[in-house]
Design a protein around this ligand. Structure first.
Ligand SMILES: Cc1cc2nc3c(=O)[nH]c(=O)nc-3n(C[C@H](O)[C@H](O)[C@H](O)COP(=O)(O)OP(=O)(O)OC[C@H]3O[C@@H](n4cnc5c(N)ncnc54)[C@H](O)[C@@H]3O)c2cc1C
Ligand SMILES: Cc1cc2nc3c(=O)[nH]c(=O)nc-3n(C[C@H](O)[C@H](O)[C@H](O)COP(=O)(O)O)c2cc1C
Length: 603
């Protein structure tokens, strides 16, 4: 892109252009993107005068950029693409699939879709109605539509990029024509999504007209205008290094769960979050586990490996850059095709689907090294391992009370399914490795889909199990800070009252102060019959219906399976309380979702 810079189309002289070209050529696509946002933020004041020129340059038929996103990655990719279109003087319309009118679909001629996958191969919540419409008899012929799909997913899930795949297939079945292949992105989606964006922009220039061929300076100005009010952001690729202020165990020693309350400093970061948001965390792998793997493979930790255009020690590559706790089918297949793991591959291939799933879930790389004769050199090893991904944690605090801090509620993921105790990388790092005074690289993951109601009087019902209680602590802190007092009801579940009542003192204090009107708890193992939050929903059907009639918003947070059980329990409760049949109750639940009164933060 910088090759297009010349003295006659930019304000720079030849030396400046040469210096810019040599400095910026070394940056990755993600680093370039961050830098452009950073400069835009710094120079925001300059945008007002020059933005109109670029806006005027936009012409040609518009491309519609549609996205379905739940945790914000796809939304950010779609926004970045729209910003690039604006910068290039190319017309584009950016739209969420949330509330996208089906009638608009048959008028579409040029569109691209950015689609993530959630649940177990499901579309994101905001795209559910769109998928339902596409799959229905009402879906129109789409033979005028030329489109392209970018899917976001995670190959550690069984149904990788399923929603993007379904969308692509269904659009074609309705007569739409893809002008290029679907691109399925894994957790390291930055470079492939940017390359896809290059192709989309190029295609739009060629087929839709418009653009501003000689307009690099104006293009930059247009980008400034998009971000002018924003402070320079800390992002996934440029995280803020935050000091750990407090690490406190909040389950009793006798508990089977190991949950910690973590307090991090955001001092001088400028990060402002809202209750309902999550924090992204980068955690390095445990050096002891890295050493165990390298020792088991007889690889010298100092051996140099190549990662892109960098060289580094294999021990650093494993500690900082690759997944060693999460195994995927692709890792096993990669090891097998590298000729490194015949015994492992033949044992794995003999398993059925469920057996393979269990095999992967119960083992980490260190277990494979211990159990199978793997013939691997350092480079082959790192080439087969997925890039290390960040982990997300629901924020458990409100800045109205804690100011420049952010609090998390983290359960250590531990398993000894095959006899050796193994820990999850990020939960173990936060709870047991980093320690107070240490540093954690973090970034904000806004979640506009899990916010307190706009109306301060709207009642709220907060349903969660385990660490699912985290955002409710944030909600109640926020209500306390705002001084508003809507009706609030917490339905919480965990194994035992005595050992697992997370934030017991705080929730009971809010109850005593009247900020929290009602707490119902399901202690699953305090009696012979298991008792979960969905049982409370069933028992409290009349009360639930009465709160809903008063416009209550219902929040669900915690494990995916819990979310599904509670959603069915709400439908059953409506059958009982309102005398609806099952179909009408399911429609009522779907309506709650559409009205944004049934809000989910599930993982
Ligand atoms: C939006 C969002 C919010 C979240 N909020 C919280 C929160 O508030 N508190 C919290 O503690 N966690 C939360 N999580 C989960 C968190 O992001 C991590 O997935 C979790 O801490 C495990 O990460 P890890 O790196 O410790 O384990 P990993 O290193 O990812 O996994 C280690 C091993 O455990 C297995 N494994 C992974 N996940 C599970 C699982 N769920 N059950 C059984 N085995 C598993 C893997 O197969 C692997 O073998 C949230 C997730 C999302 C998406
Ligand atoms: C709870 C949860 C479930 C997920 N399920 C899948 C899945 O079944 N298949 C898949 O490919 N990716 C899955 N993912 C990964 C997401 O698609 C991936 O993180 C993506 O970047 C999210 O994009 P978004 O932030 O735009 O929603 C899941 C992620 C979460 C948090």
């Amino acid at each position: 892109m910088l090759n297009a810079l010349r003295t006659d189309n930019s304000p720079f002289n030849e030396q400046q252009i040469a210096a810019l070209q040599s400095s910026l050529a070394a940056l990755s696509p993600g680093q370039s993107l961050w830098l452009s946002g950073y400069l835009a933020g710094q120079l925001a004041g300059a945008s007002a005068d020059i933005a109109p020129a670029a806006a005027a340059a936009a012409a040609g038929a518009p491309l519609t950029i549609l996205y379905g996103s739940e945790t914000g990655n796809g939304e950010a990719v779609a926004e970045a693409l729209a910003a690039r279109f604006e910068a290039a003087g190319q017309a584009a319309e950016l739209k969420s699939l949330d509330g996208f009118r089906p009638a608009a679909l048959k008028k579409l001629e040029h569109a691209v879709f950015v689609m993530s996958t959630h649940g177990e191969g499901d579309p994101p919540e905001e795209a559910l109605d769109f998928f339902e419409f596409l799959d229905s008899d009402r879906a129109p012929k789409l033979d005028k539509l030329s489109y392209r799909v970018l899917s976001l997913g995670d190959s550690s899930y069984e149904k990788f990029c399923e929603a993007g795949r379904r969308l692509d297939e269904r659009l074609q079945a309705l007569g739409a024509k893809p002008w290029g292949p679907r691109v399925d992105c894994d957790v390291d989606y930055d470079a492939p999504s940017e390359a896809w964006g290059d192709e989309v922009l190029e295609h739009a220039r060629e087929t839709l007209g418009g653009g501003d061929a000689a307009g690099q300076p104006q293009a930059h100005a247009a980008h400034l205008s998009l971000v002018q009010a924003e402070p320079a952001p800390w992002t996934r690729l440029q995280p803020f290094s935050s000091e750990v202020l407090r690490v406190q165990k909040i389950t009793a020693n006798a508990s089977e769960k190991d949950v910690h309350h973590i307090e991090l400093s955001l001092e001088d970061s400028g990060i402002r979050y809202e209750p309902g948001d999550a924090l992204g965390v980068w955690a390095p792998n445990d050096p002891e586990v890295v050493a165990e793997i390298l020792d088991g493979l007889d690889i010298d930790p100092a051996t140099t490996v190549r990662e892109g255009d960098r060289e580094l020690a294999v021990s650093e590559a494993l500690a900082e850059h690759h997944e060693i706790t999460l195994l995927t089918a692709a890792t096993i297949e990669g090891l097998a095709s590298a000729g490194a793991a015949e015994e492992l591959a033949s044992e794995y291939e003999a398993l059925d689907d469920a057996g393979r799933r269990a095999f992967l879930e119960r083992r980490q790389l260190a277990d494979l090294v211990a159990a199978y004769p793997l013939k691997l050199d350092a480079q082959t090893l790192v080439d087969q391992l997925r890039p290390l991904a960040s982990r997300s944690y629901s924020i458990a605090s409100s800045q109205g009370l804690v100011d420049e801090e952010v609090h998390l509620t983290v359960a250590t993921l531990a398993s000894d399914a095959i006899g050796t105790e193994r820990r999850g990388v990020a939960s173990q790092f936060l709870n047991h490795r980093v320690g107070e005074g240490g540093q954690v690289r973090v970034f904000l993951e806004p979640n506009r889909r899990f916010r307190l109601p706009e109306n301060p009087d709207t009642p709220i019902i907060m349903i969660g199990a385990g660490t699912g209680v985290a955002p409710y602590r944030a909600f109640l802190q926020e209500l306390e800070a705002r001084g508003t007092n809507p009706d609030t009801w917490l339905i919480f579940g965990n194994p035992h009252l005595r050992t697992d009542f997370l934030y017991q003192r705080e929730f009971l204090q809010w109850r005593a102060d009247g900020l929290l009107n009602r707490i119902d708890a399901a202690w699953s193992r305090d009696q012979e019959e298991k008792r979960y939050v969905q049982h409370i929903v069933a028992e409290q059907a009349e009360r639930l219906d009465e709160w809903l009639a008063r416009g209550a918003h219902v929040y669900l947070c915690g494990a995916l399976a819990m979310g599904e059980s509670v959603t069915s329990a709400i439908a059953d409760a409506l059958v009982n309380a309102r005398g609806l049949d099952a179909e009408a109750a399911a429609a009522a639940v779907a309506n709650l979702r559409r009205e944004k009164r049934l809000l989910k933060d599930l993982y």
